[in-house]
Write a protein that binds this ligand. Sequence first.
Ligand code: GLA
Length: 315
Amino acid sequence: MTTSVRAPGRVNLIGEHTDYSGGLVLPIAIQLGITLTFERSEQIALASREQTEGWERYVTAVAAELAALGRPAVGIGGRLESDLPPGAGLGSSGALEVAIALALCAVAEFEVEPMELALACQRAEQRAVGVPSGVLDQAASLLGREGSALLLDCGTLEYRWVPLPDDVAILVLDSGERHAHEGSGYGQRRRELEAGDPPRVRHVETENERVRTTVAALEVGDVGALGPIFAASHASLRDDYEVSTPTLDALVATTLAAGAFAARMTGGGFGGSIVALTEASRAADVLAGTGAQGWIVRAVDGAIRWRTGSTRDRA
Ligand code: GLA
């Protein structure tokens, strides 16, 4: 019997570099993602058409983390497919971990609650690439909800969904600048934060507050408030946290000039993508006006599993 899982990528609306210090994040799961079609097998043997270098190490790392949780050692044979650009800051490695984890749990009939699974995948990320990243990407891929953003407190692991307005479109623009967190300043930023470096701490404190004001604005339908909040977030990531780049700064400016009412870098930084908000009716024009590679993204449900030929279910 063949089964498929679909694990979406994510865009973080706001709450950047806050997850690993127990702060607030506000991501959506997006329609771009990774599909793994698989069946039970003696060993773990996956094929991928993707050129993503080193994806096999994530398979090994996820299997090891699930074994530590007590998953029986049942293998899978299968095929990975992705429409998520790697390195663009859209959570491609988190989605890969989630897809593998759900498939391995399915064949072993091993149940893990979604947040616990997200944490296991986060540990797998750290095991696979040695980067001390937070739980943002994996939680978004598992817990996203159609039409809503996920408000997650990474300290308490409490979460709830915040409905998004229908008349606002979310754009992702890819700077084309590629980062690998292994070689980037990601780990260094985390160490500086933990050492109490004042600008780094100020970024996190003000960014957590910006997540709260964003949620409050969404809840009263005041989307006009989001422009200044996104601008302050980008400036703080650029000046206090120093994870933006001139290319990302320029893309934010271009996107605002093209008619977006809010724009900021998203994800880990050092390249990757920006996120922008526009009136829904203007989204395609704004996207074209930037001249950049990009997507109008939709908030979709988190990872799902289905038997080939049957209706899709939440995993
Ligand atoms: C990367 C990490 C996340 C998070 C973001 C920054 O995407 O994987 O855990 O820290 O950077 O918000």
